[in-house]
Design a protein around this ligand. Structure first.
Ligand code: ATP
Ligand code: MG
Length: 194
C-alpha cells in the first residue's frame, strides 16, 4: 500500500451553530437564483477554518491533540457574528464567495496564529498567506454567467447575521467525494472560561 493512501486530509476549524447554518442556507438559497458557474457549499458543513493541515500521517493525531489542547485551553470562549459577504481574491474576479465574521474581541487572528505556531514543531508548514477568517458559501468553477450573482452578492455586502459564541475548536478529517467533502471530527479542543 502506498503511503499516500494511509494519510488523512485534515484541518482545524470552529463549528457554527445550527441557526447560523440556517441563516447562511437561506442566503445561499436566494443567491442561487442568480445563476453562475459555481458549486455551493453544503450549509451543514460550513465552518471557520483556523488552519488547513493537508495530508498528515494519522499517527500524528495524538501529538496534534497534545499541541492544541493547551493553546485552546488558554482561549476564553468568544462572541462572533455573521457580517457581510465578499469574494476571494476580490469581487471583480472571485474564486470563492464568502460570508464574513464580526469578531469584536479580535480573537480569531491571534488564535489562528497560535494554532499555526503550535503545529510547526510537528512538521506542519506555517501558513504563508495572511489569515482571513470567513465562511465559504460557494466556489466558482469559472466566471461564465457570473455577473448577476456577483451583483447580487455585492448588494448584500453589509448583511448582518446571527451572533453566537465560539466554545471550542475541532480537528477534522476531510474526505473528498465527488458529491463534496465529508468532514469527521477527530478531536475537540474546548476553550476555557477565565
Ligand atoms: P472541496 O475541496 O471538495 O471543495 P472543501 O474545500 O470543503 O471541499 P477541503 O478542501 O478538504 O474541503 O478543505 C477543508 C477546509 O480547509 C475548507 O474550509 C477549505 O476552505 C480549507 N482549505 C482547503 N485547502 C486549503 C489551503 N490550501 N489553504 C487554506 N485553507 C484550505
Ligand atoms: Mg477544498
Amino acid at each position: 500500500m502506498g503511503v499516500e493512501t494511509t494519510h488523512i486530509r485534515s484541518f482545524v476549524a470552529i463549528e457554527i451553530p445550527g441557526e447560523v447554518k440556517t441563516f447562511l442556507s437561506d442566503m445561499s438559497r436566494r443567491l442561487k437564483g442568480f445563476g453562475g458557474d459555481v458549486r455551493w457549499t453544503r450549509p451543514e458543513g460550513i465552518h471557520i477554518t483556523l488552519k488547513f493541515l493537508g495530508n498528515i500521517n494519522p499517527d500524528l493525531v495524538g501529538d496534534l491533540r497534545d499541541a492544541l489542547t493547551p493553546v485552546c485551553a488558554r482561549q476564553m470562549p468568544f462572541a462572533l457574528s455573521v457580517l457581510g459577504t465578499g469574494g476571494f481574491p476580490d469581487m471583480r474576479r472571485p474564486r470563492v464567495l464568502w460570508a464574513g465574521l464580526n469578531d469584536p474581541d479580535q480573537a480569531l487572528v491571534p488564535l489562528a496564529a497560535q494554532v499555526d505556531s503550535a503545529l510547526e514543531p510537528l512538521g506542519i508548514a506555517r501558513e504563508k498567506r495572511p489569515f482571513n477568517p470567513h465562511l465559504t458559501l460557494a466556489r466558482f468553477k469559472s466566471l461564465k454567467r457570473s455577473s448577476d450573482l456577483i451583483q447580487a452578492v455585492t448588494r448584500v455586502a453589509g448583511i448582518e447575521g446571527p451572533a453566537f459564541t465560539a466554545h471550542e475548536a475541532t480537528l477534522f478529517q476531510s474526505i473528498l467525494r465527488p458529491t463534496g467533502a465529508e468532514y469527521t471530527a477527530l478531536c475537540r479542543f474546548p476553550f476555557s472560561p477565565e
